[in-house]
Design a protein around this ligand. Structure first.
Ligand code: AMP
Ligand code: MG
Length: 422
């Protein structure tokens, strides 16, 4: 359900003021619910598909391995040649290396020398490792029977032709591409890239390289959010640079982005101050918001909604707030647009190495460094910056972001915590 449908600036401001403060998980679920997965696809050669998102589930077209093959260097043995009690001396009828075709002359042989990866001829029951046989000229001496199927990889034991091997919406890792190559695929169908627009709002902002005038600061969010997006091969970043805190300028930038992007991420200008025009500009562009305020620190005034078909994520300007809201709330929704099956942040178990008082009912995200391990191997987290959430330095030194849950007011040393490695 949409919280607010905003058509002009006054309504926008009212909605902002009246909007409920919702928990982080509810906000991220709402963001995911409003995000519409892209359905267009493209075909790519396997070598270009790393990090892209598989468009449709795949079935195996062939068995893997395709034929019975040896898992060891040794001797393939036909069990019926082993009469009575051993040791047995058997003639070695030939030699099969990986890539060799099976010879007709081995049809009745008792033993052949075989190498890892070579096809096992019909009727051979097991492979004895070369270390367990004695070779004497053209014969071998065996002291025990191979077990049935010993060191034989059966056709189809890894993958059986016709079975499902991959679900749609998975990220194509090198390992998954290896499986597709093993199946003989040349190309694969992936979801087209998500076009994500990026806007840094703030009249005070300058990009590094430009001289700073009075009251001006450098734009940190552009490179931070931009490079996090660019690190995802399924995203195409369209960077609109800095937009000043003026309604007309924001309207124009939002309009431009809406005609081209699937998602727009902006930073700054989302609070309720007189210089915060993001919500009003979104209203002017016919946008609607589903998330207005989140019970989190940093990042309370994060805005999520739609401008036309484009997902909009208006993040606060404070770089740590932008980082945290991007990862916790915007990214799951962007992953949904991209067609990914798994969209939530990945939390690692850890334990607090600090004491800290926080507000009950609010989720706090703090930069942490791992300082050793506890007795069961969990990382012990040290908090950086003592709660000064605006510190670029603390976040730069952090190994990750710890989640301090809403239902506790006091974090004590030894308390289990979750953290997201950065
Ligand atoms: P805002 O969310 O616009 O109220 O901004 C909050 C604080 O973050 C202000 O001190 C801004 O100057 C600062 N800020 C906003 N955008 C950026 C940015 N792109 N890079 C660095 N600091 C920023
Ligand atoms: Mg601002």
């Amino acid at each position: 359900m949409r919280l607010a449908s905003i058509n002009h600036a006054t309504e926008a401001c009212e909605a902002d003021i009246k909007g409920d403060v919702i928990p982080v998980d509810v906000a991220s679920a709402k963001a995911v619910a409003v995000a519409k997965p892209i359905t267009q696809t493209e075909r790519l050669p396997l070598a270009e598909a790393r990090g892209r998102i598989l468009a449709a589930g795949l079935r195996a077209s062939v068995d893997l391995p395709p034929f019975n093959s040896s898992a060891m260097d040794g001797y393939a043995i036909r069990m019926e040649a082993l009469e009575g009690n051993g040791p047995w001396t058997l003639p070695v009828a030939g030699r099969a290396a990986a890539g060799d075709a099976v010879r007709n002359s081995w049809a009745d042989a008792a033993a052949i020398q075989i190498f890892t990866g070579a096809a096992i001829p019909q009727g051979f029951d097991g492979v004895l490792m070369q270390e367990h046989c004695e070779r004497a000229g053209e014969r071998i001496v065996l002291r025990r029977r191979p077990r049935d199927g010993e060191h034989i990889r059966r056709a189809g034991e890894d993958v059986t032709a016709g079975t499902a091997i991959m679900e749609s919406g998975v990220l194509l890792t090198p390992q998954r591409l290896a499986l597709l190559a093993g199946q003989g695929f040349v190309e694969t169908e992936v979801i087209r890239k998500v076009r994500v627009g990026l806007i840094s709002t703030g009249t005070e902002l300058r990009d590094p390289g430009a001289p700073l005038g009075p009251g001006q600061i450098y734009n940190s969010n552009r490179v931070m959010i931009g490079t996090m997006l660019a690190a995802m091969p399924w995203v195409e970043v369209i960077d609109y640079g800095i937009v000043p805190d003026r309604l007309d300028a924001l309207c124009e930038a939002f309009g431009q982005a809406a005609s081209r992007c699937d998602v727009l991420v902006s930073t700054g200008g989302v609070s309720a101050g007189e210089e915060d025009h993001v919500v009003a500009a979104l209203g002017r562009q016919g946008g609607a918001l589903d998330v207005l305020k989140v019970a989190m620190r940093p990042g309370k005034p994060v805005k999520i909604g739609l401008i036309g078909a484009m997902l909009f994520a208006g993040l606060p300007g404070n770089p740590n707030a932008a980082l945290v809201t991007f990862r916790q709330i915007a990214l799951p929704a962007i992953r949904t647009v991209g067609g990914l099956r798994s969209v939530s942040p990945e939390w690692s178990p850890a334990v607090a190495g600090f004491d800290y008082d926080k507000r009950l009912g609010r989720t706090e995200f703090v930069p942490v460094r791992t300082a050793g391990r506890d007795e069961i191997g969990r990382p012990v987290l040290e908090m950086l910056g003592r709660g000064s959430s605006g510190s670029l330095m603390a976040m730069a030194m952090a190994d990750g972001i710890a989640l301090l849950p809403p239902d506790v007011a006091t974090i004590e040393r030894g308390m289990p915590l979750c953290f997201e490695p950065l």
